[in-house]
Structure formats: structure tokens, C-alpha cells
Design a protein. Sequence first.
Length: 380
Amino acid sequence: MRVIDDTPVRTAIRAAIDNGLEEAVHAVAYHKGKMVLSVWDGLADPANGTPATAETLYNVYSVTKAVAATALHIQAEKGYVDYDAPIADYWPEFAQNGKASATVRHALTHRAGVPLMPEGVTPERMCDSDWMANAIAAMEPLAPPGEKTLYQSMTFGWIIGEIVKRTDPKRRDLNVFVQEEIAAPLGLTDLWIGIPDAVADRVAVMSNRNENDPPPPEATLYARSMPHAVDLVPRVFGRPDVQRACIAGVGGIFNARDEARFWAMLAGGGELDGVRLLSADRVVNFSNVRDNGDEPDPVMFGMPIPISVGGYWLGGHRVSSPRAIWHPGAGGSLGWADPEQNLAVAICHNRMFNARDPKDDPILPISKAIVTALGLDWKS
């Protein structure tokens, strides 16, 4: 790792902690395929005074979607998946109740029409991949597939995971597929979608800075896409059974070092350290915006979500370039790949927040400090 003056990053992290906005933060950056920065600070378990270390694991919520999408792209790379084929070609049960025309690309870009969690979902049922897949397959779409953006806050993982499983000759669940097809080739030991018991004591304890905010009205699509019983909060995602389950859209528990290495593969055009998972042409295409990229999303209170054709988020004020592919996670987690600068960044933390304005986002100064420390450009 080349010598970088990481003082701006350390200062930004410490300021966020001292101001009560964060408890533990780990920021890692790769540039041109090499790790150039790894800075951590704070308490992984404030109640016990346990300090964060380089090995601490963090709930990353929807950052997991980027890994799930990449698993699907690997299947496409191998010729097992056609993006424009109906999902039902691979998963016949999905055709029920008006979803026969939904394509793999619709699912990948949040246009399959099934953003809501099934009625009666509980944490226990959410941990049962078969129950979830069957329940989602039986749902009616809120809109004809392909008609509009309806952000699949949680359902994304089960839809993509089932497509990967059904097209995999070994019929592996997504958590196993990720370990064998992404983690092992890249040398990642802590990119989990369902942790083993052996690493449980390294998972940072979460807190929620917005826990006393009034909840969204239950009738809204936002609330129905993330029902109270299984909401993306420590009460649910700190449970041992949930942390060990394959919840492929929001259940990832990563170490920042390994997450950054995952993004470095994408920043490097699908290759890292001589290991190629995806073709360069395929990865270049990921930095193209999906059709209707500015369309308001009613699930997210009418906010446009800039989804790329690859299923990642694209550009915006939180990342270093308009062509950077990235994914946020509930509560502020973040990872991105900037192909123009061959830069990859992962920022993990354990004090969740809901920033309503960029100036209230404690992660943004850390992100900008990373780019400054590396002498690169913040182009967003």
C-alpha cells in the first residue's frame, strides 16, 4: 500500500464521532487496483467500550444489492441469463397474477412491479428464502411490469437471488454463490450475506440516530415496502437469526476492506489482480443510465432514483463522478466504483441516520476527504 497522508480522513471520521453523529467508522479506498487507504476509529460496541478494529464487520443494508446484482451479471457472463428474457423462463412460478411479462432487466432496474413485502411477513418468515420466494411469486404487480419505477426496497434480493439460483447448474443459494463465485476468487473473507457463527462477535452493534422520528404512515408504499415487523433497523437486523439468514437485498454484513476490494473489481472493469469476473465491455455499460432515469419513484415518496442499466445507482452528490456506480444502504452505508479514476471506496459504520439534507450527512465529508487525500477529483 503506497504511503498516503490520511490525516484529512482521520480528522473527518473523528469529527463525526466527537459530534455524536457516528460511533465507529471504517473507510477503505482502492486506487488503480491497490488498497491505498484504510482508516477506522470509534467503538464497535459503545455499551461495552469495545473499540472498532480493522476486522470489525458492519451491517451494510442495501449496499448488498450491488453484490446481488453482480452475481446476476456473472450468470449473464456465463450465458445462463438473458437480461431481456422473462423471469418466468427461469422461475415459472413468477408468472402468476400478471407478472408473465416481467423480464430479468425489469427486476434488475426496479421495474418488475413488486416492491412490497408479502402480507404477514415476520422476521422468522423473512429468514426462510423459500417462503419469501413463493410469497413474492404469488403477488400481483402494483403496475404492469416495465411501466414504471417501483423501488424494490427489500424484494430485490429474493427476486435476483431466485433468478441466480434457478439458472445456476449447482442450484446454489445466493449466499453460497457469492462466497464461491465472488468472494473466493477475489480473496474476500468477510463479504457475508448470512454470517457464520464464527464471526458473530466481530459484528458492530448498531444504533439508530433517527429512532425517535415518527414512522411513515402505514398505508404508504414506502412503509409497505419495509413493514414495521421487518424494518431496516437494529431491532430487526441485530437479531442473530436475521444476521445469519440469506437476505440478499438488505442483509449483507461486510468488512470495509473486503467491500472496497469488491468495488475495486468493478472500478477496474471487472478485473482485479489478474482475476476477471466480468468482461470490460459489460462493466462499461453499467455506467449508462437506465431508461426513465429521472422518473419519480412513488415508493420513495416521488424521489427519482438514478438506477443504471446494471442495477447499481449512478452518479449523484455522494460519489466522486457522474459515471460512478454505487449503492447506498439504509442508515448511511456507502460503497462506490469510479471507473474514470479507477477508484473504489467503502465506508461502513454502526450509527444509522437519515440525512434529509447533504449538510446533515456525516459520511459525505469523509468521502470527500478520501478523494482529497488521494489527490483525485470530486466531479459530482
